[in-house]
Design a protein around this ligand. Structure first.
Ligand SMILES: [Zn+2]
Ligand SMILES: [Zn+2]
Length: 463
């Protein structure tokens, strides 16, 4: 059986998957609250013959579904969390909230999770009909937005059994990532001093604001001595008050540190912490360092990306036949200058693949942590018209449209075909692991989330 039969099989079964994706869109559950979405996935996967385990790595809404046995062991990464405050009616080309819980699928994770599921089901169909050995593992990964679900899962070894993992992300273009996403940490530094009258009893006061200012100055000097591709940003979130005649007893700042290579970030994190401790020592105040979240950079694996890119080029893009192109053009108009004439809402052809992978992308993803544990490849396919940004009402409005469904089908077909190629050519796995070892300098995965931070703590903080 060649790959095109699996491509066809997924097309024939497409409506089952479209309804699951629509259900997840309706649920629109945000990080750590994806209970109904998980139930819908579990019912679907059990019906497909997978054995499902719900609750992984201390995350109640993470799950894993397995079918088959033996090598290769291929993982399929799915997401299903929505974003708060992005409620929007489907199929409407103007901003209009929908009935419901106020959340919206602005990052297209209703499509993401189901597209990856199509890849898993397509690959299972191949193994089953060909009688080949192989293990299909679908991972339900919660809280990608602000919860770093996969980072916790990677820390607890959920992905250790995999030969490779595959995924994708909804996009406005069909493309392989031109570069990695950066590793990223968010930390809150809170200083505590002693209040007193700034004129009458300055000697009794210890200024938390002084400490915070000294910390920021220390970090300015640090910037000269960090890798030029790293970034440190901050926002002062508490100045301690508005009265200059009171010594400020508390002050805090939120820091974000980014670097293209996770070990560099781990080093920078400690250096910034030391500056904060030094500022507290200088001012006789106390500092509390609260790690909020962190993800690793993605390690690109050209040996896998090439296989996925070739499948993207070979498989006909079904978006071309979508029945709601007029709506897609309306969406384009909401984002472009009125005098710009756009005739086609979609670029059907894949963008050329930047094999060098040397154009880093802004933003971060917890897929980065999986990519340190096993070789990962992920593509983007156009589920949104050209120019549509993620985390916008436009992306939510498109989430149940025919063109979005078809973009998801395309992603599922590409992922299934990639898994088949990997299964039939096991030397790809060997090369992929060699590339992973080379690119990480053979360093083991170091989880950016400190061991004392549990999902429960983060859950309490963010929900
Ligand atoms: Zn997002
Ligand atoms: Zn996303």
């Amino acid at each position: 059986m060649d790959k095109s039969r699996v491509v066809h099989y997924l097309e024939e079964r497409a409506s089952d998957f479209y309804s699951l994706s629509d259900k997840i869109w309706e649920n629109a559950e945000i990080r750590f609250q994806e209970k109904q979405s998980v139930q819908d996935y579990v019912a679907f996967l059990e019906n497909e013959g997978f054995s499902v385990t719900v609750g992984l790595a201390g995350l109640k809404t993470a799950f894993c579904a397995q079918w088959g046995s033996g090598k290769p062991v291929i993982g399929f990464l799915g997401e299903y969390d929505a974003l708060p405050g992005l409620s929007q009616k489907a199929g409407v080309a103007e901003k209009e909230s929908a009935e419901g819980n106020g959340n919206g699928h602005g990052c297209g994770h209703n499509l993401l999770g189901v597209g990856a599921l199509m890849g898993a089901v397509g690959f299972k169909h191949y193994l089953e009909t060909e009688g080949k050995s192989g293990t299909v593992v679908y991972f339900g990964c919660p809280a990608e937005e602000g919860g770093s679900g996969k980072t916790f899962m990677a820390r607890e070894g959920c992905f250790n059994q995999l030969d490779v993992a595959l995924s994708w992300h909804p996009n406005d273009l069909n493309m392989m990532p031109p570069g990695p996403v950066l590793a990223n940490d968010s930390i809150r530094y809170s200083f505590t001093g002693k209040a007193s009258h700034a004129a009458a009893a300055p000697e009794a006061g210890r200024s938390a604001l002084d400490a915070l200012e000294l910390m920021n100055i220390g970090v300015q000097f640090l910037r000269e001595h960090i890798p030029s591709t790293a970034r440190i940003h901050y926002a002062i979130t508490d100045t301690g008050g508005i009265s200059p005649n009171i010594v400020q007893a508390q002050a805090s700042a939120l820091y974000q540190i980014r670097a293209p290579f996770a070990p560099e970030l781990a080093d920078l994190y400690e250096r910034v912490n030391n500056i904060a401790r030094g500022a507290a020592l200088m001012t006789d105040t106390k500092v509390t360092i609260k790690f909020l979240k962190g993800t690793s950079n993605t390690v690109l694996i050209p040996a896998l990306d090439e296989v996925m890119y070739n499948n993207m080029c070979e498989i006909p893009n079904p978006v071309e036949g979508a029945e709601d192109m007029a709506f897609a053009l309306e969406i384009v108009k909401t984002q472009k200058a009125a005098d710009t004439i756009i005739e086609n809402a979609f670029n059907i052809k894949p963008m050329p693949w930047n094999k060098a992978g040397n154009m880093p992308l802004a933003g971060s993803s917890d897929v980065g942590d999986v990519s340190w544990v096993c070789p990962v490849s992920q593509c983007g396919t156009s589920t949104w018209p050209i120019g549509t940004a993620a985390h916008s009402w436009q992306a939510v409005a498109c989430g149940k449209s025919d063109f979005a469904h078809r973009g998801m089908l395309y992603a599922g077909q590409i992922i299934a075909a990639t898994a088949i190629d990997i299964c039939d050519n096991p030397e790809i796995i060997e090369t992929a692991w060699k590339q992973l070892r080379d690119k990480t300098g053979n360093q083991p995965y170091h989880c950016p989330i400190p061991p004392e931070i549990t999902p429960d703590l983060l859950e309490a903080e963010t929900t």
